[in-house]
Design a protein around this ligand. Structure first.
Ligand SMILES: NC(=O)c1ccc[n+]([C@@H]2O[C@H](COP(=O)([O-])OP(=O)(O)OC[C@H]3O[C@@H](n4cnc5c(N)ncnc54)[C@H](OP(=O)(O)O)[C@@H]3O)[C@@H](O)[C@H]2O)c1
Length: 285
């Protein structure tokens, strides 16, 4: 074993998907600043210059690697490159994702399939690529970035919310399969966070048609979200929750990230489904 290998085997190795901006960008920095040998992956490496220059300036262990979660070959190649270099993978943060907006009737099946291909199947591709390594090590942590919308739905977000509900069901289920191999699974559920999320959101083609019966509803929700995101929590806040969850000596399955989502979930846990439904309805009209 070379000196570099010895040094690397003592340090924890983390992989983050969707590190070009927002929450993934900050998680990558947070982990590297806290001693993790961090592979900040992104589908377009041209977006890596800011992250690279911060890492160089601070002399922290962060490397950018190309990884598009919708492309099986890209996922496999990225994980292979990382494992050839690092030999182990201690943490995978499945963060890559985007929002699809539109009333269900206005969404094309293909738009919904693309939403799931990134948010849900993308997470599965990355997870399946690291599992053999973690299983052989008999250790590892998988952090799945879900959302408050993985716990409750809102109008015009049915595709996005259902992709996050799917992540919740998947994470709960695999926790039973992976625990015997020493692998922990964590859900981090952010509230509204000030990132590129709204700018990057895809509007269902038919949802922007002013003849849509849902058009007014859609524009109200869209305006509301644009305002809300401006007062959202910082992505560093979520990155801190992720780091604390990874280091937690009393591990939990779920970690909320944001005062707004903590408040809503506190109410949801106390009231009936019908009362909760009325509360969300009043908030969105
Ligand atoms: N912001 C919020 O209010 C909020 C709330 C709850 C949960 N979340 C979740 O947090 C995660 C990060 O979102 P964000 O708020 O940080 O938004 P963001 O700033 O738009 O970041 C999204 C990241 O995902 C990447 N991405 C999208 N498709 C990808 C693909 N096919 N392969 C690899 N990377 C891909 C984007 O890369 P490009 O730059 O190449 O597009 C970008 O790096 C998402 O899973 C989102 O659902 C966000």
């Amino acid at each position: 074993m070379t000196f570099l290998h010895t040094l690397m085997s003592e340090k924890k190795v983390a992989i983050v998907t969707g590190s070009s901006s927002g929450i993934g960008f900050e998680i990558s920095l947070m982990l590297a600043r806290n001693g993790f040998i961090t592979y900040a992956t992104m589908r377009d490496l041209q977006k890596s210059s800011t992250l690279r220059s911060i890492a160089d300036k601070e002399n922290i262990p962060l490397t950018c690697v190309q990884l598009d979660v919708t492309n099986e070959k890209s996922v496999k190649q990225a994980i292979e490159t990382i494992v050839n270099e690092s030999h182990n993978v201690d943490v995978l943060v499945n963060n890559a994702g985007y929002g699809l907006s539109g009333a269900l009737e206005d969404l094309l099946i293909n738009e919904i399939k693309l939403q799931f291909d990134t948010n849900f199947f993308g997470l599965i591709r990355a997870t399946q690529a690291v599992l053999p390594i973690m299983r052989n090590q008999r250790s590892g942590i998988i952090v799945n970035i879900s959302s408050g919308l993985g716990r409750f739905g809102i109008a015009t977000s049915s595709a996005y919310a259902s992709s996050k509900f799917a992540i919740e069901g998947l994470t709960e289920s695999i926790s039973y399969e992976l625990e015997p191999f020493g692998i922990r699974t964590i859900l981090v559920e952010p509230g509204i966070i000030k990132t590129n999320f709204i700018k990057a959101a895809v509007l269902g083609q038919k949802s922007t048609d002013s003849n849509s019966p849902y058009f007014q509803f859609m524009s109200n929700m869209d305006d509301g979200m644009k305002k809300l995101i401006e007062s959202g929590e910082s992505p560093e806040y979520v990155a801190r929750v992720v780091l604390d969850a990874i280091n937690d000596s009393k591990p939990k399955l779920r970690y909320l990230a944001g005062k707004d989502v903590e408040h809503i979930m506190e109410i949801k846990n106390k009231v009936s489904d019908e009362d909760f439904h009325n509360m969300i309805k009043n908030m969105s009209t």
